[in-house]
Design a protein around this ligand. Structure first.
Ligand code: MG
Length: 390
């Protein structure tokens, strides 16, 4: 093969945001970080083959994340980044590519223009690093926490922030890895450019892209979501309203949480006015009817049904349109039961059903100052707003 191959390193085990999934498999706008990277390389006309380096135990995650994409089978990485990179490079030897671009799966915003610059620079250089100049004034700090102080100002002249993909002539980077391994240099080399540098290769620098950020901390993920939201799509809003009457019974279900009460709520399903209002808000945002049209009260199937199913169905309709729920806000209007003690449980339950972070869910409560049917304790009203990004 005389062309260029892309090697994507996805062997990290760093788990973020309280989950148990390595971050390269976390979803950004419905696709994993890894898939964002792979799709960009697939779409590039100068990339002829793509291989992902994974942890052996992540094979199922890899297959799920990249389902339907035409790329080489993944290979298992090693104990260090350098080791993983070398194993990936070695696995390309049967293709004998002229050039290889080595990319970090935690950088989902790699763009075609940066890839172009790297491939072009490889016409005249054996190694190419995309980087962006350091613009901020740099300080070296000393101490910790409250005692953290500035030790000195670092001269930023000539300083650049390294990005990936880093491009190499294939034979040269293979040799560079062998030289570094032979010299016992391993764990300290944090990118392939460092491998090339240490092996005596001259590494050319081309302009990277400020958006080609590395998603490492939770705040990076938020920035990545803002970046992607700003690029495409539109925001939709929907509202919902529902009422159920108090009746006999010893509990109510509100926002998916069972609360002991002197009254029950009358309704065809479990009479969860909170989830009904929220379901209608989501259906409203995507312009797809209302809860009654999807789950007719005339259908005995829904008698006594837990309303989770209604809400889950509405969320699946959003997904089917390639959308995602940005946030939801529910207000429960009643004199009793007291909502405050159950608010966190309600928030978490809704987040669980919708498969979104609890930070995107709000549950509030109010009374109507003894006025009207809610004020007289005859029933409960709920209203909800949902914001959706399509
Ligand atoms: Mg209802």
């Amino acid at each position: 093969m005389a062309g260029a191959a892309a090697l994507i390193l996805a062997g990290g085990s760093a788990v973020r945001f309280g989950g148990d999934m390595p971050k390269q498999y976390l979803k950004l706008a419905g696709r994993s970080l890894l898939r964002h990277c792979v799709e960009t390389f697939i779409a590039h006309p100068d990339i002829d083959a793509i291989r992902v380096v994974i942890r052996a135990e992540d094979r199922a995650l890899h297959d799920q994340a990249l389902a339907g994409l035409d790329i080489l089978d993944p290979v298992a990485g090693g104990a260090t980044r350098q080791d993983s990179s070398f194993r990936g490079l070695e696995s390309l030897s049967h293709l004998a590519p002229d050039r290889v671009l080595i990319h970090d799966a935690a950088r989902p915003f790699i763009d075609p223009a940066t890839i172009n610059r790297i491939i072009k620079a490889l016409d005249s250089h054996a190694a190419v690093l995309p980087a962006v100049p350091v613009i901020d004034t740099l300080k070296r700090a000393t101490g910790v926490d409250e005692d953290l102080t500035v030790a000195d100002t670092v001269d930023r002249d000539g300083l650049w922030r390294a990005q990936t993909p880093q491009g190499f002539r294939y034979d040269d980077i293979m040799n560079a890895h062998r030289i570094c391994m032979g010299a016992g240099m391993g764990a300290g080399l944090t990118d392939d450019s460092a491998v090339a540098e240490n092996a005596g290769l001259k590494v050319a620098l081309v302009m990277g892209n400020e958006d080609n950020m590395k998603v490492t901390m939770p705040e990076d993920f938020e920035r990545a979501e803002r970046l992607i939201a700003g690029r495409s799509g539109e925001t939709r809003i929907g509202t919902g309203f529902d009422v159920h009457q108090f009746g006999p019974g010893g509990h109510v279900v509100l926002c998916g949480v069972r609360i002991a009460s002197d009254h029950g709520l009358v309704g065809h399903s479990d009479a969860d006015a909170g989830l009904h209002a929220l379901t209608d808000a989501i259906l409203g945002a995507i312009g797809d009817g209302d809860i009654g049209s999807h789950f007719p009260p005339s259908d005995p199937k829904w008698r006594g049904a837990a309303s989770d199913a209604f809400l889950r169905h509405a969320a699946s309709l959003v997904m089917a349109r390639g959308g995602r729920i940005v946030n939801v806000d529910v207000t429960l209007i009643c004199e009793f039961p007291k909502i405050g003690p159950h608010r966190d449980a309600m928030t978490n339950r809704i987040a669980e059903i919708l498969e979104i972070e609890p930070e995107r869910v709000s549950v509030k409560a109010t009374t109507t100052e003894k006025l009207g049917f809610t004020g007289r304790g005859e029933g409960i009203a709920a209203q909800a707003v949902a914001s959706i990004r399509l």
